[in-house]
Design a protein around this ligand. Sequence first.
Ligand SMILES: Cc1cc2nc3c(=O)[nH]c(=O)nc-3n(C[C@H](O)[C@H](O)[C@H](O)COP(=O)(O)O)c2cc1C
Length: 380
Amino acid sequence: MGIRFLTAGDSHGEALVGIVEGLPAGLKLDERVIQRELARRRKSYGRSSRQKIEKDEVSITGGLWKGKTTGAPIAIVLPNRARTVKGKTGGGLETVPRPGHADFAGVMKYGFDEIPPVSERASARSTAMRVAIGAVAKAFLGELGVAAIGHVRSIGSIAARASTLSPREIRKRAERSLVYCADGRAGRRMIAEIQRGRTEGNSLGGSVEVIVTGLFPGIGSHVEWDRKLDARLAGAMMSIQSVKAVEIGDGLSTYRARGVDAHDAMRVERGRVIRPSNHAGGIEGGMTNGEDVIVRLYAKPIPTAPRRALTFDLETLEPTESPYVRSDICVVPVLAVIAEAVASWVILAAIMEKLGGDTIDDTLAAKKRVVAALSKRLSR
Ligand SMILES: Cc1cc2nc3c(=O)[nH]c(=O)nc-3n(C[C@H](O)[C@H](O)[C@H](O)COP(=O)(O)O)c2cc1C
């Protein structure tokens, strides 16, 4: 069996809980590794005051022995401090379904006569646990020389310039930006755009990109639909709240290109394939081809905004306005952090199918063997 995880918990419940299963023994891990990623999630610009309330004091309550994984399920607990803060209910939140949220479909499906059992679970607070679990995946990927780098490409009508920077440089610059944008000038305009949105009472969407480096060819598989890495990445990315489209490589422009121009030529040099372009985003036929994997996400403006949408009351069936409570204005910067975590998990799961191992040393040795065999195959 491969690696897997489950999450539980509500937005304003006592805590979010995550269980990660199937990781080998021997990986160094502690709460700080997770806390660091949660701090990146909190810091992003455009969020609500909840980010000041949450401290994200996470604990790992199972699966570790003397600071290393044991091979047993890893249990992660993340308390919600905002549960004690006013504003989570009231103002119509119980019976007025908000357009763009899970509220209406959820109460219809599960037969509730109030919305919170749906909205509390559908809330993107759950992405804090996705980030925590992604932090565990990242720690493992780090041992394997693999890194995921998320950055913002656009917010509202402001787009970053197309980048020729190395992934490492993108990471460095994006980390210095409040909106995780590697293009400093565009980043400043994005902040102004969010401020404008706040003043006008409107929310903003945008797009982010994740670049995964350090991959060898053959992760994922072409043999069946649910083994394809691009399908798995797209599915996982679409599961993030507010994401409405996913692009692998230049998918949204190559569909207009002609034949050979849409593809990436190859030549062999010193035991590896070199390509002058990466339109495919590092995945061909559902497998990594050795280039960086590139995934782009497109997010809608979040539904709750001071400018309210028209809806109805479930009790009276009378028209009314969508309730407004404390809300983010723009979640695109934080999506860069969440998408990085989600990509890390999917990539790690596919790598583990290829390499396996009960201990981290087994996995590292298997990687060495695979990489050496690939290089030999490409050497005269
Ligand atoms: C990190 C994050 C924070 C979000 N915060 C809010 C918010 O404060 N208000 C809101 O209306 N939507 C917010 N959303 C979006 C909703 O959670 C999302 O639109 C809703 O659950 C419906 O899911 P869907 O858009 O994927 O269909 C957030 C999304 C993310 C990723």
